[in-house]
Structure formats: C-alpha cells, structure tokens
Design a protein around this ligand. Structure first.
Ligand code: AP5
Ligand code: MG
Length: 216
C-alpha cells in the first residue's frame, strides 16, 4: 500500500503512523524526521533545513522533493510506504504524482487527519519526542511509563525546538496557506479520506483502520 498522510502540525500523523504502518506493511517516512536527523548530524542538508524549520517555514520544494525521491528509491519501500508530512505544497504533490506515474504506480489512499487549531497548540506545547526512535509522547495525553524515558527504546525524551508557541502559530499559518489546498487537489482524484483527529489516539486509529477496510 502507498499512502500519504496529510494534517496540520500536531494532528497526530506521526502518532498514528507509528501504530498502523507496520500493521499494513508500510515503511513510515516522515520528512520532518529526516530533516531532524540531518540537523542532529549537522549535515549540509540539516544546516539548510534548520534555517526554515526553526522559523516554522517550509523547506524549499526542490530540496524536499530530491530528498524524498532518494528515500523512495530504497529497497524497503518496495513493499509499501506511508508518507508523513509530504507532500505539503501543490508543487510537491505534482512532483509525487509524476514520480509515481513514471513508474506506472499510484497512491492507494490519502488520509487527512483533521484537528481543531485550539487543540493543536495544547498538543504541541506538551509533546515530548524520542530523538532515537521518533516516538511521540505528551505530558498529559500519552504519558511515558517512566518519566522522560521513551517506552519503545529507552531513549531520553526531549522537546522539539519548533514546539514553542510562537513557532507553532507560524506552522499553523503556513499549514492553512500552503498545505490545506492539497485537500482539493486530492479530492479530485477520489483518494481523499477525511478522518476526525479529535478524541483519543485509540479512537483515531480505529477510524483510520475502518476507513481503509482493515479488519483486526
Ligand atoms: P513535521 O515533523 O512533519 O511537523 P508537523 O507537520 O508540524 O507535524 P508534527 O510532527 O508536529 O505533528 P504530528 O501530526 O506528527 O503529531 P504527533 O503525532 O507528533 O515537520 C517539521 C518541519 O519540517 C516543518 O515545519 C517544515 O519546516 C519541515 N518540513 C517537513 N516536511 C516538509 C515538506 N514536505 N516540505 C517542506 N518542509 C517540510 O502528535 C502531536 C502531539 O499530540 C504528541 O505529543 C502526541 O503524543 C499527541 N497526540 C497525538 N494524537 C493524540 C490524540 N488523539 N489525543 C491526544 N494526544 C495526541
Ligand atoms: Mg510528526
């Protein structure tokens, strides 16, 4: 299965894909995670990406599309993949369409997780992430069993540098202006599935699996 997951910052894209990607035999590819990995390794890509990410802006399309194309060429993508946070502009969506059609392939589903802006701020301010495995926690909603320690791999949890209120507000503005128009883009292809992202992570997961016709 090849899937795109859309949704604003903090909508729960990462949380849900950590749960469902393996079940559906897909590799979870988050462009944000790849950028953060490059930032922590201080690569040239990381240095460039950081100048945009720290302000809540998007990394330029050409840089992002090249990075995704490189990732999709890897062998583990052959069985299927879920793209988290890509595409984020019409330009990127057109690039992905062309990339797939050149290989005679197409997306199976585009999931859009929708959450109210007011809840997003609360979710992101309280988020803690594991820099080692990418797992996401919340100081109120998804509390790790051991304070400050990742349940999955034992890594030390940190707060993302772009999870400050001012940066969250910029990310939300960028989302509404540049990424939300993708809903109409994918509606035309008949692949768009809108998921209510409010409620517990379990409930949202069940909504996604139901919408895909997955029986557990
Ligand atoms: P990215 O890392 O993709 O950030 P984002 O889109 O802003 O989304 P987040 O990762 O913040 O949220 P999420 O939807 O994954 O939510 P999560 O599951 O963690 O991108 C970062 C930056 O990189 C961008 O701003 C941009 O600069 C750059 N970038 C990335 N891709 C790009 C692209 N294609 N083009 C250009 N630039 C790009 O959940 C959030 C919190 O809520 C967590 O604490 C979680 O535990 C909690 N939570 C989740 N679900 C629930 C629930 N149902 N109930 C209660 N709590 C919940
Ligand atoms: Mg994420």
């Amino acid at each position: 299965m090849k899937m795109v997951v859309l949704g604003g910052p903090g909508a729960g894209k990462g949380t849900q894909l950590m749960r469902i990607a393996k079940k559906l035999n897909m590799v979870h590819i988050s462009t944000g995670d790849i950028f953060r990995e490059n930032i922590s390794k201080d690569t040239e890509l990381g240095k460039l990406a950081n100048t945009y990410i720290s302000k809540g802006n998007l990394v330029p399309d050409s840089v992002t599309c090249d990075m995704v194309a490189d990732r999709l060429k890897k062998k583990d993508c052959e069985t299927g993949y879920a793209l988290d946070g890509f595409p984020r502009t019409i330009e990127q969506a057109k690039f992905l369409d062309k990339y797939l059609s050149d290989k005679n392939e197409e997306l199976d589903a585009v999931i859009d997780i929708e959450v109210d802006d007011s809840l997003i701020i609360e979710r992101l301010c309280g988020r803690r992430i594991c820099p080692d495995c990418g797992a996401s926690f919340h100081i109120k909603y998804t509390i790790p069993k051991k304070d400050g320690i990742c349940d999955q791999c034992g890594g030390k949890l940190i707060q993302r540098q772009d999870d400050k209120v001012e940066t969250i507000k910029s990310r939300l503005e960028v989302y509404h202006r540049q990424t939300e128009p993708l809903k109409d883009f994918y509606k035309e292809s008949g692949k768009l599935i809108i998921i209510d992202g409010n409620g517990s992570a379990d409930d949202v997961e069940q909504r996604i699996l139901n919408s895909l016709g997955v029986v557990e």
